[in-house]
Design a protein. Structure first.
Length: 328
């Protein structure tokens, strides 16, 4: 796992949040020519010889288009499909494909690791941890499983365990970019921003064309109040991956705090376009609308947030804003 959500304590309320085969074109059969009409009998009766009736013309056969039988994807193909779906933030689709992969290959450690990763992104941390433990049991040298398990511990706030998992990953594969990013997140969570930034710097140096590395460093720089550098890194992340939701969210929040609400709203609009069910984008956009006195838009976005979010603490904050806006 390389995509790590960062928390930036800024002014605004921040809530971290196979193609189907083509239908064949039917080629119409060549029309069958109708037999010539029977000649009218002569008025003068003639002896008509007995003729064995000829068989009716055989109509041209109708060509029925045939489809090549669709082969069932292999476990490896299901894993690739899952990874492609996750890259578009469609974790539900990814999990379905991974279930198929595991059904086909019950000892597929990589599939368990990926399923643990995507379950963590959906907040199902206990299920994620169970899958990652099983992946490591199947393949103790699977570096991604340790990185993903470290991310789960980081999401749980167990910073020391997260760092230990990343260190284990480095023992297997030095300079692993995902391990740098997860450990950076854990260092920041533990309060050691300098060590977190150092790991993010190593990630950028190891993978200078990876959007996640710039997103990580940009978020840490924003936390250090180095706003211009932080936004520049987020710009680079979005340039490399235009649908990078975390980078768009972080940049939108930073821009709002810089007094650029229109640019901030454009980033939140883009997130909602990419993932219409991303609750925090509605919350942040509602705050922008509220700051601009666009009351009706703010109310609509807070209500949409409440419709999508199940987090009781966050819902309470949104409800308090709504009460003020609606004069209750």
């Amino acid at each position: 796992m390389k995509r790590i959500q960062m928390i930036i304590p800024l002014g605004l309320m921040i809530l971290v949040g196979c193609a189907n085969p083509p239908t064949p074109t039917l080629v119409p059969a060549t029309p069958t020519l109708a037999p010539s009409p029977t000649a009218m009998p002569s008025a003068t009766p003639t002896l008509t010889p007995t003729v064995t009736p000829s068989a009716s013309p055989t109509p041209a056969p109708t060509l029925t288009p045939t489809r090549a039988p669709t082969a069932t994807p292999t476990a490896q193909e299901y894993l690739k499909r899952a990874q492609a779906a996750a890259a578009q933030y469609d974790y539900d689709r990814a999990l379905i494909d991974l279930d198929h992969a595991i059904q086909l290959k019950p000892d597929y450690a990589e599939a368990y690791s990926a399923r643990g990763e995507f379950l963590a992104e959906l907040g199902e941390l206990d299920r994620a941890l169970a899958d990652l433990n099983h992946a490591i049991q199947l393949d103790p040298k699977l570096v991604e499983a340790y990185v993903n398990r470290g991310t789960v511990f980081a999401y749980k706030g167990e910073w020391e365990r997260a760092i230990a998992e990343c260190d284990h990953a480095f023992a297997i594969k030095p300079d692993h970019v995902g391990a740098y990013l997860t450990r950076a997140y854990a260092w920041v969570g533990k309060g050691d921003v300098a060590r977190g930034l150092a790991d993010a710097e190593r990630a950028v140096a190891s993978a200078p064309d990876d959007a996640d590395t710039y997103n990580s460093r940009g978020n840490i720089l924003l936390r250090k109040r180095e706003t211009a550098r932080g936004i520049a890194d987020l710009d680079r992340a979005i340039q490399l991956k235009p649908n990078h939701i975390d980078a768009l969210m972080s940049r939108g929040i930073a821009l709002a705090n810089q007094g650029q609400p229109e640019r901030a709203r454009a980033d939140f609009d883009r997130v909602i376009q990419i993932k219409p069910t991303y609750a925090n984008a509605y919350f942040q956009r509602a705050l922008v609308y509220q700051s601009r006195n666009e009351k009706d838009h703010a109310i609509a976005d807070f209500k949409k947030f409440l419709e999508l979010s199940q987090d009781p603490a966050r819902r309470k904050i949104a409800e308090e804003h709504l009460k003020k806006l609606e004069g209750k």
